[in-house]
Design a binder for this molecule. Structure first.
Ligand code: IMP
Length: 230
C-alpha cells in the first residue's frame, strides 16, 4: 500500500484527489537543511521507507520570492515558524517593488526500495547534497567510500552505505505574487500568495489543488504510479 508520509491531514486529503487508496503515515522524518527541495524530500523518503518497509511518498515545498533570490525557499517552514507569514508579507512589501513575483514549488519523492528505469523524471540516487548540508552526517555514497573521514553510528547511514536507495522525484510549480493577506482557507503562506487575481486562501480546496504546486506534482506522480504498482 502507498503511504503518504506527513503529519498534515490536509495534504493527505489533497493527495486522495489524485490517488485511490493512499493512506497517511504519520511519521516525523528528519528534515535536513539543504539549498534545494529535491535532496530534502529524497532523504525523507529513504528514511521513511526504511522505517515503514512499504512504498512511500514524501513531499517538500517552499515559497521562492524572486526579489529575495528565492528566499525563503527550502527554509520556508523555519521562516514561517520564526517570523510568521504576515511578517514575511510586510518584509517583501517593504523591500521589493511591485509585482513582487514569487513561486511555490513542491517536490514529491517516491521510494519503494527498488531501482527505476531511465525516464524524463529526475531520480535522486544518493544523499550527497543533503548529507553535505547536514554537516557531519555522512551520505550513502561517501559512507560507502573509505576516505578516512569520521563516521556516525546512525543506523540509517549504515544501511544506506550497504544499499543506496534510488528515489524518484516529481516536481510542481505555481507562479504568483506576494500581496497583503486575504482569505481564510488553506494554510501556511496561502493568504499572501496570489495567483490569477486570488490568493490561495481565497480558493476552495479543489480550486487550489487544480493549480497548486503540490497538485501539479501529485498529478505527475499519479500518471506514473499505476504502471509501477502493477
Ligand atoms: P512543507 O514542505 O510542507 O513542510 O512546507 C514548507 C513550508 O511551506 C511550510 O511553512 C508550509 O506552511 C509552507 N507551505 C507548503 N505548502 C504550502 C501551500 O500549499 N500553501 C501555503 N504554504 C505552504
Amino acid at each position: 500500500m502507498l503511504r503518504y508520509v506527513t503529519t498534515n491531514d490536509g495534504k493527505v486529503r489533497e493527495a486522495r484527489e489524485y490517488l485511490d487508496g493512499v493512506s497517511q503515515l504519520d511519521y516525523d522524518y528528519t528534515e535536513v537543511q539543504a539549498t534545494e527541495l529535491g535532496p530534502i524530500a529524497a532523504r525523507g523518503a529513504r528514511e521513511a521507507y526504511r522505517h515503514a518497509g512499504e512504498p512511500v511518498l514524501v513531499d517538500d515545498a517552499g515559497l521562492f520570492v524572486e526579489g529575495f533570490d528565492g528566499f525563503p525557499g527550502p527554509y520556508s517552514s523555519y521562516v514561517e515558524e520564526t517570523l510568521g507569514v504576515e511578517t514575511v508579507g510586510r518584509l517583501v512589501a517593504a523591500e521589493i517593488d511591485e509585482p513582487r513575483r514569487a513561486s511555490f514549488r513542491c517536490v514529491m519523492a517516491y521510494c519503494d526500495g527498488a531501482a527505476f528505469a531511465a525516464s524524463p523524471d529526475p531520480v535522486d540516487r544518493a544523499d550527497r547534497s543533503a548529507a553535505a548540508a547536514a554537516g557531519a552526517e555522512r551520505s550513502s555514497e561517501d559512507a560507502a567510500s573509505d576516505d578516512g573521514a569520521e563516521r556516525t553510528d546512525d543506523a540509517e547511514t549504515t544501511e544506506a552505505a550497504a544499499d543506496p536507495l534510488p528515489v524518484k522525484l516529481f516536481e510542481g510549480t505555481v507562479r504568483g505574487r506576494i500581496v497583503e493577506p486575504r482569505g481564510d482557507g488553506g494554510f501556511g503562506y496561502d493568504p499572501i500568495f496570489e495567483h490569477d487575481g486570488r490568493t490561495l486562501a481565497e480558493m476552495s480546496p479543489a480550486e487550489k489543488n487544480a493549480i497548486s504546486h503540490r497538485g501539479r506534482a501529485l498529478e505527475k506522480f499519479a500518471e506514473w504510479y499505476p504502471e509501477r504498482s502493477e
